[in-house]
Design a protein around this ligand. Sequence first.
Ligand SMILES: NC(=O)c1ccc[n+]([C@@H]2O[C@H](COP(=O)([O-])OP(=O)(O)OC[C@H]3O[C@@H](n4cnc5c(N)ncnc54)[C@H](OP(=O)(O)O)[C@@H]3O)[C@@H](O)[C@H]2O)c1
Length: 283
Amino acid sequence: MIVITGASGQLGRLVIEALLQQVPASEIVAAVRSPEKVADLAARGVQVRVADYDQPASLAAAFAGADKLLLISANEVGRRVPQHRAVIDAAKVAGVSLLAYTSLLHADTSPLPLAAEHQETEALIRASGLPAVILRNGWYTENYLASIPAALQYGVLLGSAGVGRIASAARADYAAAAAVVLTQNEQAGRIYELAGDASYTLAELASEIAQQSGQAVVYQDLPEADFKAALLAAGLPDFLATLLAESDVGASKGGLFDDSRQLSRLIGQPTASLSKLVGQALA
Ligand SMILES: NC(=O)c1ccc[n+]([C@@H]2O[C@H](COP(=O)([O-])OP(=O)(O)OC[C@H]3O[C@@H](n4cnc5c(N)ncnc54)[C@H](OP(=O)(O)O)[C@@H]3O)[C@@H](O)[C@H]2O)c1
């Protein structure tokens, strides 16, 4: 039995879709805090169990009988370490044969402030003694594709990443990688640095958007505080504006770059290209 936490989220749903290609639905557990969000998965035969990171008792029940467990990192930055600790503790009680965790690219050396919670979680996993595999996911290309409408409206793509190269990949490729490690043997002890096959600067992303849309779009690099202010002015909540601006600065220092191609090797095909993903977003 393979349990996926965060199964109602964007990545979790894609992991379950990838697993359904290889594993009977009855052997997959979607562990979620709101079962009504995954009624469609239940209708397809996936087991749905209630699992709230903030309610440890729910985790023990959700993980009963689990063989492998994917902990998809929680999304409330700043609250994640105790939440992840509760999942790791419950996985230990359940006696899973493999715990997989979605960490951050080069979490041990990353300049991104986001790395701290992933470092702490990786340390908790090591201390647990559980057989574990760490999926150090790079940036989702979708994070940047979300800027396309504003870039087309104003003719400017804003950021603070300078000339930092970004080897992002689509969520679907990271999900496929998770499904591979959850269905293959001998994964315990491995740490994967997962990123797209190719990298780009934000100026190159602006050019790609311009070329495919036929509209003028240029990249404008801003100091972190100015980029954050622009994101706030665009209506983003403070925590997200802070996170995106900080992460762009991390990218300017190479924090989102990797050229090891471990992701495409793991999924057995090239990662989806920026050009293809921009085309899909524009369509
Ligand atoms: N690499 C990147 O670029 C990047 C970008 C953004 C996020 N991330 C990380 O990757 C994770 C997955 O990404 P995503 O796009 O799938 O995020 P997402 O769509 O926001 O999904 C997050 C999932 O976590 C669940 N969750 C949150 N708090 C929970 C709690 N207390 N108990 C149980 N479940 C809880 C959510 O449940 P509900 O549906 O009930 O809310 C949802 O299923 C994120 O959570 C974040 O840690 C990575």
